[in-house]
Write a protein that binds this ligand. Structure first.
Ligand SMILES: [Zn+2]
Ligand SMILES: [Zn+2]
Length: 82
C-alpha cells in the first residue's frame, strides 16, 4: 500500500542548526499553528526559525526581512516577551 503524501502548505520541514549545541535539526513544523518559536530536541534550548522569517512571502518566497537582533535575542516574529 502506498501512502499518499499530503503536503499542507502551512506545514513543512524546517532545517535549522541549533546555535546552542550545533545540531542540525530537521523537523516538521507548522508556522501557522506553532509560530516561529521552536525548541531544540537535543538540548532543549530555544531555536529561532529565522530561515522561515526570511521565507515568509506568500508562497514561501524569500523576502529576507528578518530583523533578528542578537542583543535582545528576538526578531519581529520572535518577540522576546516571555
Ligand atoms: Zn540544541
Ligand atoms: Zn527572524
Amino acid at each position: 500500500m502506498e501512502k499518499a503524501d499530503i503536503i499542507n502548505r502551512s506545514e513543512n520541514i524546517v532545517t535549522e542548526v541549533c546555535p546552542h549545541c550545533e545540531s542540525e535539526i530537521e523537523m516538521t513544523w507548522s508556522i501557522a499553528d506553532r509560530g516561529y518559536k521552536a525548541f531544540c530536541p537535543v538540548c532543549g534550548e530555544r531555536l529561532m526559525l529565522c530561515d522561515e522569517c526570511l521565507h515568509s512571502g506568500p508562497n514561501g518566497e524569500y523576502v529576507g526581512n528578518c530583523d533578528y537582533c542578537s542583543e535582545t535575542d528576538s526578531c519581529k516574529h520572535n518577540k522576546n516577551t516571555t
